[in-house]
Design a protein around this ligand. Structure first.
Ligand SMILES: [Zn+2]
Length: 239
């Protein structure tokens, strides 16, 4: 079955406009009447379809229409034999940014990678490449979030001229070169740092992983950056 593909470049190029378009489409339909979505039936979705599926789920979440799909014992038993997650997430460990909840997905849907500051280090990169190679997941989402503590700690360390205690310093040292260049930009420093970090981690994925870059080039995979709003639960793309 031939399907139109959407490259990372075109996904990123649409930026916030894509969110508006998808959001408007989802709003035009009653969320409860939308067809069931499964990550385990038929062909894997295209990158664009996977992104739409995630954003539709987020729309259900923010409008109070979450379906909590794929969370039954039957789903658990079906998935015991294997998984086909349709998206790979790289998110912060923050307890308020749980991908299955905010995207209204369930077991077997998302291959989650979470660490404070959503940083793509070598271990995390290996985890992402495993998902892309093993399961053919068509979408990677780098998900930063509003008021990220890791970004805040980094800014505080820069201002104080020090670093953070223990291994927290490893996180701060990793984020410092990303956050420092945008510190003097207009607006909120943490918000600027969060967005700069999302962009930096997307770039890092593409530059450091030949596996990811090749699949993006083929049109089989897209990498997008996104920001989660702690106040209203909405996910918007960061271009
Ligand atoms: Zn965070």
């Amino acid at each position: 079955m031939t399907r139109p593909s959407l490259t990372r470049r075109s996904l990123l190029a649409t930026g916030g406009a894509a969110v508006v378009a998808v959001g408007a489409g989802a709003a035009a339909r009653p969320a409860v009447a939308a067809p069931a979505e499964s990550s385990r039936e038929g062909d894997p979705p295209t990158p664009a379809e996977a992104l739409r599926r995630l954003l539709r789920g987020n729309h259900r979440f923010v409008t109070g229409h979450s379906r909590h799909p794929h969370q039954s014992l039957d789903d658990l038993h079906e998935l015991a034999a294997g998984q086909h997650p349709f998206a790979v997430t790289i998110g912060c460990a923050d307890s308020r940014v749980a991908p299955e909840l905010l995207f209204d997905q369930g077991l077997g849907d998302l291959f989650d990678n979470r660490v404070a500051g959503n940083i793509v280090d070598d271990l995390l990169l290996g985890s992402v490449e495993f998902a892309v190679e093993e399961f053919g997941s068509p979408l990677i989402v780098v998900l930063g979030h509003e008021r990220c503590g890791a970004v805040t700690a980094t800014i505080e360390a820069i201002h104080s001229g020090g670093t953070a205690p223990g291994h927290i310093g490893t996180i701060v040292d990793s984020l410092r070169p990303v956050v420092e260049p945008v510190l003097d930009e207009p607006g909120d420093a943490v918000e600027n740092g969060v967005r700069a970090n999302v962009r930096a981690q997307v770039r890092s994925l593409l530059e450091r992983s030949p596996i990811v870059a090749a699949k993006v080039h083929e049109g089989a995979l897209a990498v997008v950056g996104a920001r989660y709003d702690l106040d209203n639960g909405r996910v918007t793309l960061v271009s």
